[in-house]
Ligand binder design. Sequence first.
Ligand code: ATP
Length: 210
Amino acid sequence: MLGLLGGTFDPVHVAHLRLAIEVRERLALDEVRLMPAPNPRLRDAPQVAATTRLRLLRAAVEGIPGLCVDDRELRVSGPTRTVETLRKIRDEHSGRSLCLIIGADAAARLDLWHQWEQLIELAHLVIARRPGARLPSSGAVAALIERHADTRVAALAERSAGVIHVCDIPGLDISATAVRERLANDRCVEFLVPERVRQILLKEKLYAKN
Ligand code: ATP
């Protein structure tokens, strides 16, 4: 089983890594690929270049078993859509279980994604709880979750796509927004980002105000 964790990673922080590690261990995934997005449609433009975010991400996963970086979306010219990326990965891994991992905040806005109802035909959806974010209790996303929800981990191995599994990982109230704000205000980001990432952020004055 293959896990896919997309994001802006502007910059990567320890909650991203704990999310990938927890989900990989709990669901016994072979690997989790962290996939940086170039310029997400549904949010403000990232503050640093895609190549820099990629470099930070590579430094972050180095030496962590089962985690790797997949930069395919950065190699696409023009806007990327998760559904199209998933189609390509599905073509490469026919019959293999694919788990698209998203935090509860992203899940709550899933219906804004391009062709969002097709995501579940291409992969399982693993939704991780996130402090401050609630899963919707009504509306289209709630209905999708209800239709496909399965609490059994084994369900993810029984078929290659189509299951929604909510994963109750330990909450870490850390966001890239908070890390950016700290850096802009010259505040300490120790233990919020991996040490190797912190060194690069400070050395290159990334996200600094001036
Ligand atoms: P920003 O603050 O810039 O919006 P972010 O911290 O949410 O960024 P993203 O790169 O947008 O980071 O997140 C990538 C994925 O990781 C999303 O699915 C998001 O829900 C999830 N994620 C990020 N931080 C956490 C966290 N603390 N707990 C659980 N999931 C998280």
